[in-house]
Design a protein around this ligand. Structure first.
Ligand SMILES: [Zn+2]
Length: 169
């Protein structure tokens, strides 16, 4: 499987926001506000239910680091950050994960421009293809950041909450 990684809006530090960006950001804001309202309206969870959810989240094991690509992205707020996405994603701004800016805290702050950097890590035993390049730190680079995990976690929680609500109707 080969993925053609896309880039958009380069150079990142000179990118100007488009009307589409403003629209996407306000949609993301609306969705986030909506989720917050739903969660606020929902009856409090029992300790048991929380533990069930926690077990569910724990059992959802993250793919290994070599299945992730590192991207440099510019967020709506103007900050440039590095994030990781699964290698099957040809671009980092699709999907359900909102991006929180770790610099100014804006959450969500949509991705407006991006370029791929490379794989997060090399697989443990890559089949010998062409000449090995001389990277000394193979497979040891950091996994997903805490912010990524938190974002994913809250997305999953929101999803579980949504399913739970539609289930009781
Ligand atoms: Zn920011």
């Amino acid at each position: 499987m080969t993925v053609e990684y896309e880039s958009y809006g380069l150079p990142l530090d000179e990118y100007q926001l488009s009307r589409a960006d403003h629209r996407r950001q306000s949609e993301a804001d609306e969705i986030a506000a909506w989720v917050e309202r739903q969660v606020a309206k929902a009856p409090p969870w029992s300790e048991e239910r929380y533990q069930q959810l926690q077990a569910l989240l724990d059992s959802h094991t993250a793919p290994p680091p070599w299945e992730y690509m590192r991207w440099r992205v510019r967020l709506y707020c103007g900050h440039i950050q590095e994030i990781e996405r699964h290698c099957r994603d040809a671009r980092p701004d699709r999907g359900t994960q909102d991006t929180r800016c770790s610099e100014c805290g804006k959450n969500p702050s949509v991705i407006v421009a991006f370029e791929v950097i490379g794989a997060v890590a090399e697989p443990p035993k890559a089949p010998k293809t062409k000449s090995q390049n001389t990277t000394s730190r193979r497979g040891r680079t950091s996994r997903r950041t805490k912010a990524d995990l938190e974002a994913e976690n809250s997305a999953l929680r929101a999803e579980v909450e949504r399913l739970r609500r539609s289930d009781t109707k």
